[in-house]
Design a protein. Structure first.
Length: 446
């Protein structure tokens, strides 16, 4: 453990010492939104994850992986949420771990203050106003080693640095920036990753069975099988904006959402675009079987306080029966849930829009539908910005029942960007943002 560990709040350390992982401290949480009528979506439950030291959490799973957690608590499990079968229980997944950005000589550097952190699948239970950790599964290589959350490839991914952005870290071809999670009928898990972008199949105990990546990625040196099975056009994903949403349809097929428009043909086109892509993947055929164009609403419709189109993202997709999906369009401050149907007539897989030589590209079209692109039709279900009690940066959505959704936020492990994220001793200056599960009741159901 770190020599600085004793500097953490005494009460928190005392509560954590010797306590099994299933016990998590309760925090105060808000109740149902006041003044909501029966005709409006409303918050009916809020539950919060207490403080669990990140080093203690990680080292219980894989001993010796974290030697200094720099005062960071477990967080980031809000990257996605998926029902675990029993009432109030869910599977969640962390992202790549604590990370931020610091400017050095005018250039932003990506920091990894706890580089030994290993992404984990975390089972939680919502009880009253408390989120309890029931189980945690580390994501590992075939030999059981930590995959870590470090970037994969120099020249394609951001260069990793230590907490103060002064010491360069090594790339890791095993590294995963995990986001979406679903559980298959055989007990294994499917995850999506932003680096590749990739679809990752892991065993019930977290070992990577196969990582599916775009054709032409040429990822070498990984400690698990890497298969180039995804369209090569995905090589143009924006940095840190690969796959983020993942859904499992009733028949077992998976739907993968590219978080933001591709940088095709260049960064400027992707930043200005409102058209991203969904892919359908067959686990039986181990192949992509369909692709769809998805059109964001204008950014000031999703978030009236925002005028930068590049802030639009898809963070969650949820199967709601048949070929219907809920799609979450968001910025960091606002989110809207749209209902779409994956119609066969909307499939663009293998078309000219999958070729990076097509000009103009799909991303450059001001009105894709007018240019003959079969854009998915959508219907607004709920504007979460208008629902009192919903926190910011919702990244996971799960269906609790016909009328209720469970939302989970990404608290970024309590980190902020900039040199002020850590104090003079290298300890986290916590943002105070907690991981929260929020139940929202819909007036008309799904």
């Amino acid at each position: 453990m770190s020599p600085h560990a004793d500097g953490r709040r005494t009460a928190r350390r005392t509560a954590a010492a010797g306590v099994p992982l299933v016990l998590v401290a309760a925090l105060f949480a808000a109740g149902p939104a006041a003044g909501a009528s029966s005709g409006e979506a409303r918050v009916v439950r809020t539950a919060t994850l207490g403080d669990i030291p990140l080093g203690a959490f990680s080292n219980r799973l894989l001993p010796g992986t974290v030697d200094d957690d720099r005062g960071v608590d477990l967080g980031g499990i809000g990257s996605d949420i998926y029902p675990a079968g029993r009432k109030g229980e869910f599977w969640t997944v962390t992202d790549r771990g604590p990370n931020g950005q610091i400017k050095v000589d005018g250039t932003k550097r990506r920091t990894f203050p706890v580089p030994g952190f290993d992404p984990a699948i975390v089972k939680i239970r919502v009880t009253g106003d408390t989120v309890k950790v029931l189980d945690a599964i580390p994501v590992t290589t075939a030999s059981g080693k930590a995959v870590t959350g470090l970037p994969d490839q120099a020249g394609r991914d951001e260069a990793p640095y230590d907490y103060n952005a002064l010491t360069a870290l090594s790339y890791n071809p095993n590294g995963l920036d995990t986001e979406g999670v679903v559980r298959a009928s055989d007990g294994s898990f499917w995850l999506v990753d932003e680096y590749g972008p990739s679809l990752v199949h892991v065993s019930a105990r977290g070992k990577v069975l196969t990582r599916y990546v775009p054709k032409g990625l040429n990822l070498t040196g990984a400690g698990y099988p890497v298969v180039e099975a995804l369209p090569s056009v995905l090589l143009h994903r924006k940095i840190n904006r690969g796959f983020e949403g993942l859904a499992q349809l009733p028949g077992g097929d998976l739907v993968l959402a590219v978080q933001s428009p591709l940088s095709l043909p260049d960064t400027g086109a992707g930043e200005a675009s409102r058209t991203t892509r969904l892919l359908r993947f067959s686990p039986k055929r181990k192949a992509v079987t369909a692709e769809y164009a998805y059109r964001f609403d204008p950014v000031n419709v999703v978030d009236p306080s925002e005028d930068d189109t590049s802030e639009l993202k898809i963070s969650s997709v949820v199967a709601v029966g048949g070929d219907r999906l809920l799609v979450e369009e968001r910025t960091d401050k606002a989110a809207r849930l749209q209902l779409v149907r994956l119609d066969r007539s909307s499939d663009i897989l293998g078309s000219a829009w999958d070729k990076d030589t097509t000009a103009p590209s799909l991303e450059q079209l001001d009105d894709p539908a007018a240019s003959g692109v079969p854009v998915l039709a959508k219907k607004l279900v709920v504007d979460l910005r208008t629902v009192d009690g919903v926190p910011g940066k919702i990244e996971g959505v799960a269906r609790v029942d016909r009328d209720t959704l469970a939302l989970i936020n990404d608290n970024d492990f309590g980190m902020t960007d900039g040199s002020g994220a850590f104090d003079a001793e290298g300890r986290l200056v916590d943002s105070g943002v907690e991981t929260t599960v929020t139940y929202v009741r819909l007036p008309h159901g799904l």
